[in-house]
Design a binder for this molecule. Structure first.
Ligand code: FEO
Ligand code: CA
Ligand code: CA
Ligand code: CA
Length: 708
């Protein structure tokens, strides 16, 4: 690793946890500086659990524009904007040669991790274990579409950016394209932009030209990039020659179709879209997942910061906007991106419903570049971190989801229809409609040691932070289970539905991912420094620390091993921090042998079922990184640090190929440190000049696997 001299900007005050104040402003609109949006008393209705409420009188969607659609079936799929599928006899849509999405053989997730952990550090480099190498696969501004120009920050335009790799890569998915394992599609989210690190002579957001705002809009969204393996190693690089038929950019202007029960509802109608069935663009796409049918899901997260003018929104709408973190007291909330200067639909004074058209789970089919991407209303609307799908024993598919906000909730969706194996036309058509109809649930947790929780993180006498939980039904199709709310209300204002049924307030639920080997589900709870502070909710057994700076990981085991079950057991296997801190816990493993970890954000599994965890906002003084641990057997809790990212960056992705030979991460916002600029970067990664977000692949030099 080279240690080149560099100009460091003056360090300003730090923001939330270990984050630079600049991260707080650009990434989430300074969410932590604003009041917690969940002010609900969130009463615990003992009787508002599933069947009970239906006896009290099911609320059906009103006539106001709701629910023109039926459920399931070809017609619904067509109406709700399912991708145009080739009919039998038509030219076959582009499909991979391999069915790589069959769940791996049942295993235990106790694979031996073979790398020697790296130490925490503050180097401006990507650091990997001895015996490993890494390379940058693609970085901000690299060409994606054939013929696209390379990055020249002095000649950048929105049109050029819309052909290039976007900014602040977050979710990473790699989908194989051929049987030999030599070609693949890389699918990446671009969550947000750091204008001060993108534009020469940046002063303030207000001083940006309209074209510069449009460049930022074009740097959002997703990228699809065809990759090829390098020399039979674990290294991958973009294919640069040929037609590149799959390569695609999705931006803030790409047309999406709404599906599901809230599509067409009054909440989604605007002047530009009086039918409420389509919307331009996707915003603040954070984490995501690959479905068993080979599409990509992506979560629209901190969409609130793109909107202005809510002070002039209809009074009846203001509480609903505020619950999603949109300021209703000022035309221009502090730290607003003010995209209304480039596109009037971001002005809620003129287009009050436009905000409701963001905050959804989107599905993109990377194998069908012509298909219209979709926003699935059946999966609810909140600050979606991401969604990860597993096929339950019954064949129904289950999507697990987190709402990344302090004191918000954990959700799951169970499809009405069943997954069909294979890639026949019929199976593909069926599977592409699975997320259009089903049941949405929110989690309510019970405790075994409630009286012992004092906020210190001391493990209770029964040896565990643990308990049982219920999935509380919110809505199924056009049927609402929440008194006073229609189905469209519940799906569009899902946070309010969660409040009404007494869902459990969590410490920022981020990535939620089931292990395909065991069916157990892992939840990254990043942090919550408001826990137990002032009038905020106190520590509980599932969120056991006051002023939770370092976060924790929750494990859910669904009853009967059935991912469609309405009840589960839960425990906290990892309470993060420096292992010398008595409030940390690593599943009972010898703490002298584990790596310090802070602020878990994304989780992933390798082919052996080991749990990989990336971090965002390390509050222990190190750069962010990627960690791995066995999650079953005697090595459970033996957490080891695999890599660190450069200064100011957050570790996103991660993605481990099922052959365990390649570990991908997204290096998001390198050099995002208060006072930094393009001319005075806080990081020179990856090219030695100014900082650029990029996707990295890591592999073992001897061709071996990271875990076996
Ligand atoms: Fe975009 Fe929840 O991190
Ligand atoms: Ca307990
Ligand atoms: Ca995240
Ligand atoms: Ca994050």
């Amino acid at each position: 690793m080279s240690e080149r001299p560099r100009l460091l900007p003056l360090l300003g005050h730090t923001g939330h946890g270990g984050r630079s104040a600049m991260t707080c402003i650009y990434r989430c609109g300074n969410a932590c500086a604003h009041p917690v949006p969940n002010e609900s008393d969130n009463p615990y209705f003992g009787d508002v659990v599933n069947g009970e409420v239906t006896r009290r009188g099911v609320v059906r969607a009103g006539a106001v524009g709701a629910l023109v659609l039926g459920f399931g079936g070809a017609a619904a799929g067509a109406l709700t904007g399912s991708p145009a599928l080739a009919a039998p006899g038509d030219p076959t849509p582009a499909l991979p040669e391999v069915d790589s999405f069959t769940p791996a053989r049942p295993g235990s997730g106790n694979g031996a991790l073979t790398f020697k952990p790296i130490p925490p550090n503050k180097l401006d480099n990507l650091v990997v274990p001895n015996g490993y190498d890494h390379s940058v696969v693609i970085r901000w501004g690299d060409p994606v579409l054939p013929g696209a120009p390379g990055l020249d920050v002095h000649r950048q335009t929105a049109d050029r950016q819309a052909q290039q790799f976007g900014y602040n890569n977050d979710f990473v998915g790699v989908l194989p394209l051929d049987r030999r394992g030599e070609r693949a599609l890389l699918v990446v989210n671009h969550e947000y932009t750091n204008e001060n690190l993108m534009f020469p002579n940046f002063t303030t957001l207000d001083a940006l030209s309209v074209e510069q705002i449009r460049i930022a809009m074009a740097a959002h969204g997703l990228s699809v990039v065809e990759l090829e393996r390098v020399d039979e190693t674990g290294q991958w690089k973009p294919v640069r020659k040929g037609r590149l038929p799959y390569n695609k950019r999705i931006t803030a202007w790409t047309k999406f179709a709404f599906t599901g029960p809230a599509a067409g509802s009054a909440w989604l109608r605007t002047k530009a879209d009086p039918q409420g069935r389509s919307v331009l663009g996707t915003l603040n796409n954070c984490a995501g997942g690959i479905t068993p049918w080979g599409t990509v899901l992506s979560g629209e997260e901190n969409f609130n910061q793109y909107f202005v003018g809510a002070d002039a929104a209809p009074e009846t709408l203001k509480p609903k906007l505020a619950r999603y973190g949109i300021s209703t007291t000022a035309r221009y909330p502090a730290d607003s991106r003010k995209w209304d200067r480039a596109d009037a639909r971001f002005d809620l004074a003129k287009h009050p419903n436009e905000a409701h058209r963001f905050g959804w789970i989107v599905e993109v089919d990377p194998f069908d570049p012509e298909a219209t991407p979709r926003k699935h209303t059946a999966l609810g609307r909140f600050k979606h971190e991401g969604a990860n799908v597993i096929v339950a024993k019954s064949g129904h598919v289950v999507a697990y989801m987190g709402d990344d906000e302090r004191f918000d909730y954990l959700y799951k969706f169970v499809s009405d229809k069943k997954f069909m194996k294979g890639d026949s036309w019929a199976a593909r058509k069926n599977n592409l409609s699975l997320l259009e109809s089903g049941t949405l649930y929110v989690a309510k947790l019970d405790y075994t040691s409630a009286d012992e929780i004092d906020g210190s993180g001391t493990v209770p006498a029964d040896g565990a932070f643990n308990g049982r939980g219920k999935w509380i039904r919110l809505v199924r199709g056009n049927t609402s289970y929440v008194p006073g709310m229609t189905a469209a209300d519940v799906l569009t204002f899902t946070r309010l539905a969660g409040d009404a049924v007494g869902a459990t307030k969590m410490d920022r639920p981020e990535d939620v991912e089931p292990s395909h080997l065991t069916g157990k589900v892992y939840v990254a709870l990043t942090n919550n420094t408001n826990r137990g502070v002032g009038s905020n909710p106190k520590a509980d057994e599932a969120n056991p620390r006051t002023n939770n700076k370092h976060g924790h990981v929750l494990e859910l085991v669904e009853d009967r091993g059935d991912n469609t079950a309405e009840s589960f057991a839960w425990s906290v296997p990892i309470v993060c921090g420096d292992p010398t801190d008595p409030s940390t816990f690593f599943a009972g493993y010898d703490k002298t042998r584990v790596s310090p970890i802070s602020c878990p954000d994304n989780v992933a599994f390798d082919g052996a079922g080991n749990l990989w965890i990336s971090t965002d906002g390390n509050a222990l003084g190190s750069n962010d990184g990627l960690f791995a641990t066995a999650i079953e057997g005697p090595e459970r809790g033996h957490l080891k640090q695999f890599l660190t990212v450069p200064l100011g960056a957050e570790t996103c992705g991660p993605f481990i190929t099922t052959d365990n030979r390649s570990v991908f991460v997204a290096v998001q916002h390198p050099g995002e440190i208060t006072g930094a600029s393009l001319e005075n970067p806080a990081s020179n990664w990856p090219d030695g000049d100014f900082a650029k977000p990029g996707v990295v692949v890591t592999w073992r030099l001897d061709g071996g696997v990271v875990g076996s």
